[in-house]
Design a protein around this ligand. Sequence first.
Ligand code: ADP
Ligand code: MG
Length: 472
Amino acid sequence: MNSLKATYNKNETWTELKSLLKKEFGENLYNSWLSKLNIVSVSNNEIIMSVSTPFVKDWIMKEFLNGRKKIVNGEAVWIKKGIKQIFTEKYPNLQSFDIIVDKNQTINTEEVTYTNTNKVSSISEHQNLYAVRTELNPTYTFENFVVGSSNKLAYSVAKSIAESTDLGMSTNPFFTYGGMGLGKTHLLQAIAWKLKENNPKQQIIYLSAEKFMYLFIQALRNQDIMTFKARFANIDVLLIDDIHFIAGKESTQKEFLYTFNTLVNDNKKIILACDKSPNDLDGVDEILKSRISGGIIADVFAPDYETRLAITKKKAEIIGLGCEEKIYQYIAETITTNARDIDGALKKILLHQKFVNPELDLKTVKVLLKDLIKSVSRSVSIQSIQEAVAKHYKIKVEDILSKKRKANFVLPRQIAMSLSKLLTTKSLPEIGKKFGKNHATVIHSIKKVAELKQIDFEINQVIEKIAHKLGK
Ligand code: ADP
Ligand code: MG
């Protein structure tokens, strides 16, 4: 229980850390930004802080995490050390620190007396644990989800779980994974909506793994862990989004595994979304991984043109945007990454139509989306990666794509796969396909290259050189 105890000493530590930050960044910067940080927990090797909005979090991460020249509050300042360095100088054993977003955070932790039970209950009320409706996006329903080959499997399983159709095999837990913006959150919430609709009495909790950890830490802090356990033990369905967040966070994982086992043993449903496959989830307990493998796993890929076009039209309808067909086609043709980027493009067009000019033509849309498309299309194609790697090693692309096990083909092949993961938004199975291999081979290659990078300086240079050639 040492780690538990450590969290209680945090006020002292926090006062000390804050004075270090003040000293390093000056009163002005400190008051504008860093004073918004609160401490959640401190242990020997991990510090967790929180802020109340994603914006403040992003800003602090971007501007203060590492040292370098910055424009802050309109003036150029030279920040020699970032927060990271300042903290590690003070706590040499520190391995990680995180900033989490807690929307309900109005309390300054210094003012909370942990033994004060009134305070504890008011914090618990804030947590909104059962108010599932307020946390769900009303547009993330099955009706609004466009089904295509890239997400058909995940969609079908989600639908059958939501409608309690017997698939003749265990669907518990259901684990869906894939890259950013491919609809995982949408699917999870669609399940929650449908279940709620079919059976309003069901206790459903949807939350991110980040929030799970935060509630857990708060419960520890408030010495209220039994209530926390009881709450999760008494639900019918648990949906946890972005489960990769718990990787490397041992005590949260242990608690999650406990919750998980309790629910599975009671035949309650568990649904998880993740940005990686279970095999790829480093820093996650093997027991948890094997439990996940006992259920159903379905991945989502980047959508093809037809699906993108349908998503574009569906999203336009939802936000109330009306355009000519060729504008939709243009968006689906040029924004190939994911539905989130399509959504971003449509909102930009909508703003223009509302506030600048209600008459929209393709030419205007092209200008409007120029920057967005530039950033989206910055991602290189797998084919160009294969070509660049082949050229560097003076071999043929066919050799990379072949099954030949000769050492002078194997390494370039592995590097090309690893670069494909790094520089494109393609999923592992998609990358595998482009190499004529399965996703397990891609995973193996990425691991192999990561290992080599640790011990072989030259490999690092080669990879950097190729990435640079590709404009990265
Ligand atoms: P993820 O959780 O995988 O990062 P989200 O579920 O947040 O992605 O999706 C990002 C945006 O794209 C959301 O607005 C979502 O509604 C939309 N979206 C993703 N996939 C689809 C789809 N197949 N049909 C309709 N909208 C989608
Ligand atoms: Mg998501």
